[in-house]
Design a protein around this ligand. Structure first.
Ligand SMILES: Cc1cc2nc3c(=O)[nH]c(=O)nc-3n(C[C@H](O)[C@H](O)[C@H](O)COP(=O)(O)OP(=O)(O)OC[C@H]3O[C@@H](n4cnc5c(N)ncnc54)[C@H](O)[C@@H]3O)c2cc1C
Length: 479
């Protein structure tokens, strides 16, 4: 059954950014606030809830992320915001969003203002063997162990970079996984970097990192810096991984390759922003090398280039959950002012504290991003027969042949070859395509136009869309 609904503020994404935006907007007096999230329950990536069939009898054993998330979700529910889980936003036309709830109910929702808080995803990396069963991302591994209580494999190599790769490795070990080695692509942080992080004021985060490192040491798990995955081999599934020493650009140093016998390779090469929805909403984008790839341009108040559209949290540039929480509050207050629920002076007053907290977090994130900046070598592992677009089964050779013919635009490559046109809509391959264009043509990757976002942004049942369309057309005819 098709319907068209209205709300003052619609927030897409029920993670830390979306929920804190909802709470702030409701507290500021915005009458109707709706949060849409495709997950089974609100919480986003870090505060992900357990699925149906699980009952939490002891919240303490579920960890502090679970407890922090439960408090935030309870506050969002108590704020009077309407939270709709299992709702995919698959299209957007100006301020009207096309949604499908519970895989069957299609409707459109028109908002006076929108906060895009769509979070981030694991960065995909194409190298020989990356499509073999047994190669998974860190986020998937974390969901398996933390939410479904299933270990991803028996002998696991963690290959990645940055704090999440370290945290995931220690957390997986704590869940009983056999981590054979951790290959960190970046060099170890220098003393000056560590001092800077400490000055940026997050001693608890540094302590947490030390605890994770201690877990690896205690269990005798090798943690090798400037080391990366080169290829994965196996008949029908992962049997061994080949790693090598890397230079400072993450390029493989010849003659340093070695094999490790594993059945699982977990990849944690950082996150990329889910900026498709902001692109569909026409928000101007910029390329953020260290903070998530293509991201919407926004100002201090989280306003994008499009009036009435805000971007908060990892979807507007990867900054982690502490940054997402503050950005959400700022977006909620700024939207409340725009919607007339708050006077400008009151809004300015309310914004002071979250802006100050955000500035502090951002200094910390900037230092981390500098230490763990993705090296161009990460996108140079594919060999000619490596699939780079796994949805459409297109290889590195297909991609390079097009670029050699002079096709050096992500969208034209998509139109001519279908690379990036499949189920994932380029989420797995667009960065590789852009990096390959940059490498072959000598252009700066930041100058490459992002792929145009097209509905449906996410896979949704065709029947639901068709039904909605049919209802809408019937309504027009009756008029
Ligand atoms: C896989 C993964 C694992 C992580 N694990 C950790 C960790 O262990 N520790 C840690 O400190 N940080 C972790 N992070 C980082 C941390 O989760 C984020 O920094 C933080 O959650 C950002 O909050 P957010 O609100 O911006 O986005 P998120 O928490 O990612 O929330 C965004 C929400 O938007 C929803 N969404 C996106 N697109 C749509 C759409 N079209 N329609 C409807 N809903 C949509 C998603 O379902 C998601 O729930 C992880 C990130 C990822 C991607």
């Amino acid at each position: 059954m098709s319907t068209t609904e209205q709300a003052d503020l619609v927030i897409i994404g029920g993670g830390p950014a979306g929920l804190s935006a909802a709470i702030a907007a409701r507290r500021a007096g915005v009458p109707s606030v709706v949060v849409l999230d495709e997950g089974l329950a609100p919480g986003g990536q870090i505060f992900r809830r357990y699925g149906p069939g699980f009952t939490i009898t002891d919240p303490h054993s579920a960890g502090h992320e679970y407890r922090d998330g439960a408090a935030l979700i309870a506050a969002a529910e108590a704020s009077g915001a309407e939270i709709r889980a299992r709702t995919v936003v698959w299209g957007a036309w100006e301020r009207t969003l096309a949604c499908v709830s519970n895989e069957e109910r299609a409707y459109t929702l028109t908002a006076r203002a929108i906060v895009v808080a769509t979070g981030a995803r694991d960065r995909a990396v194409a190298f020989p063997g990356w499509t073999l069963p047994g190669v998974i991302t860190a986020g998937a591994a974390k969901t398996m162990v933390a939410i479904q209580r299933v270990l991803p494999g028996r002998r696991i190599l963690m290959a990645g970079s940055g704090p999440l790769a370290l945290a995931f490795s220690a957390q997986l070990r704590d869940y009983g996984a056999n981590i054979v080695a951790v290959a960190e692509a970046a060099p170890p942080p220098g003393l000056a970097d560590l001092a800077q992080l400490a000055r940026d004021g997050a001693p608890q985060v540094l302590l947490e990192a030390l605890r994770y490192r201690a877990t690896l040491l205690r269990h005798g798990i090798p943690y090798e810096t400037m080391t990366g995955i080169v290829r994965v081999e196996g008949d029908r599934e992962v049997e061994r991984a080949v790693v090598a020493r890397l230079d400072r650009d993450w390029r493989v140093m010849p003659g340093t390759e070695r094999e490790i016998a594993v059945d699982t390779v977990v990849l944690g090469y950082g996150l990329e922003s889910n900026s498709e929805l902001s692109r569909l909403l026409n928000c101007t984008q910029r390329f953020d090398r260290t903070g998530g790839g293509w991201v919407p341009v926004k100002d201090q108040r989280m306003r994008t280039s499009e009036p009435g559209i805000y971007a908060a949290g990892d979807g507007g540039g990867v900054g982690g959950s502490r940054s997402a929480l503050q950005q959400g509050v700022i977006a909620g207050i700024a939207a409340a002012e725009e919607l007339g629920a708050l006077a400008a002076t009151k809004a300015g007053e309310l914004l002071r504290a979250p802006l100050r907290r955000l500035a502090r977090v951002e200094r910390f994130v900037a230092t981390l991003n500098r230490i763990y900046a993705v090296g161009p070598g990460l996108y140079e592992r594919a060999t000619p027969d490596t699939l780079v677009c796994r949805c459409e089964e297109k290889s590195e050779a297909d991609l390079e042949a097009l670029i050699a013919e002079g096709v050096t635009d992500v969208n034209t490559i998509r139109a001519q070859s279908r690379i990036g046109m499949g189920r994932c809509q380029g989420r797995n391959c667009a960065s590789h395509v852009a990096a390959t264009i940059a490498r072959i043509t000598g252009r700066d990757i930041a100058s490459i136009t992002p792929p145009t976002a097209r509905p449906p942004l996410k896979p949704v049942p065709l029947g639901a869309i068709a039904e909605e369309r049919y209802q809408a057309e019937a309504a027009v005819e009756i008029k």
